[in-house]
Design a protein around this ligand. Structure first.
Ligand SMILES: Nc1ncnc2c1ncn2[C@@H]1O[C@H](COP(=O)(O)OP(=O)(O)OP(=O)(O)O)[C@@H](O)[C@H]1O
Ligand SMILES: C[C@@](O)(CCO)CC(=O)[O-]
Ligand SMILES: [Mg+2]
Length: 305
């Protein structure tokens, strides 16, 4: 008797990591390669059979709601599920360049997949996650959802897994959230207005990624950092820099970081620095007005907790 009750009370929890980009955000949307790295900041999603759809997160409690919970509502719609309750908590700042949308999408797909025994593979979850980011944002590369599913340091577009990053990673948050969908639209408009110039910028970012892959494989963090600095300049050229992001980038470099750049969509949100003195870089970021997060690379993608 109590056995049945206990079974009904069980819920499935899955978590998926956020990510930083070493190279190639934005350019990857236009077919150039990128290298991203899963980090030890995760989104946790619990799913439980229920008599209706309920979504609870730091953003509020709703049913299917494409304004407040567009990614999670799209997951539920894609899986064709009408009786599920989903509860979300996250270490990741939302709308800040660390792949919070991909992490919530992949962790929700995995939690419902397990709770309802739908039988999708990780590869299928990554594919569905990518489709959802494309639908919600109007455009998306497979990078964030792939890294959130499989973890590690990954080269997109080949989906090749590279060696882990052994140096310190310090993230600097400007605490100015933005929406990736809006930033993508702005970049698209700039490319349309100045096609020759912007095409060269996009292609040069692709060249940096290709050269950067060698530095990742050789664990040559000094060259890696110098290439990240060049990539930052080109993200500024794409128009996704802000004065606050640059202040944190320069503070990190002046504190001895190997390199520092915007990570993710930009327009606010976070920058990232690689360093062998994370505490020193973190305090420089804080002194420049940012919120510092010291983290590490993780090989762990989406998992059941
Ligand atoms: N913990 C969460 N709970 C509910 N929704 C979330 C959560 N985290 C992210 N989201 C959804 O993702 C959106 C933010 O995604 P967006 O792509 O704009 O930024 P990001 O993924 O944090 O940064 P980037 O795409 O640059 O890496 C939020 O507006 C919300 O819809
Ligand atoms: C800006 C972008 O390149 C990275 C967002 O984390 C968008 C994408 O790749 O989907
Ligand atoms: Mg996102």
């Amino acid at each position: 008797m109590s056995f049945g009750l206990l079974e009904n009370d069980l819920m499935i929890t899955c978590s998926a990591p956020g990510k930083i980009y070493l190279f190639g955000e934005h350019a990857v949307v236009y077919g150039e390669p990128a290298i991203a790295c899963a980090v030890e900041l995760r989104t946790h999603v619990s799913a439980k059979r229920s008599d209706a759809v309920t979504i609870s997160s730091g953003l509020g409690t709703t049913g299917l709601d494409y304004e407040i919970h567009p990614y999670v509502s799209s997951v539920i719609e894609k899986l064709g599920v009408m009786e599920i309750s989903v509860d979300i908590s996250s270490d990741l700042p939302v709308g800040s360049g660390l792949g919070s949308s991909a992490a919530v999408t992949i962790a929700t797909l995995a939690a419902i997949n397990t709770e309802l025994g739908l039988g999708y593979s990780h590869r299928e979850l990554a594919r569905m996650g990518h489709e959802i980011e494309q639908e919600v944002q109007g455009a998306a590369s497979p990078t964030d959802t792939f890294v959130s599913t499989f973890g590690g340091v990954v080269e997109i577009t080949s989906r090749k897994r590279l060696d882990s990053l052994d140096c310190g990673i310090v993230i600097g948050n400007t605490n100015r959230p933005k929406k990736t969908a809006v930033i993508l639209e702005e970049v698209k408009r700039r490319i349309k207005d100045f096609p020759d110039i912007m095409d060269s910028v996009i292609k040069t970012i692709g060249s940096i990624t290709k050269r950067g892959e060698i530095s990742v494989l050789e664990k040559d963090y000094r060259s890696l950092g110098r290439l990240m600095n060049i990539n930052h300049g080109l993200l500024d050229a794409l128009g996704v820099g802000t004065a606050e992001l640059s202040a944190l980038v320069y503070a990190a470099r002046n504190a001895g970081a190997f390199g520092a750049k915007i990570t993710g969509a930009g327009g606010g949100g976070c920058m990232v620095a690689l360093t062998d003195s994370p505490l020193k870089v973190a305090s420089a970021i804080e002194a420049a007005g940012g919120q510092a997060i010291i983290t590490r690379s993780t090989p762990l993608g989406v998992v059941q907790e």
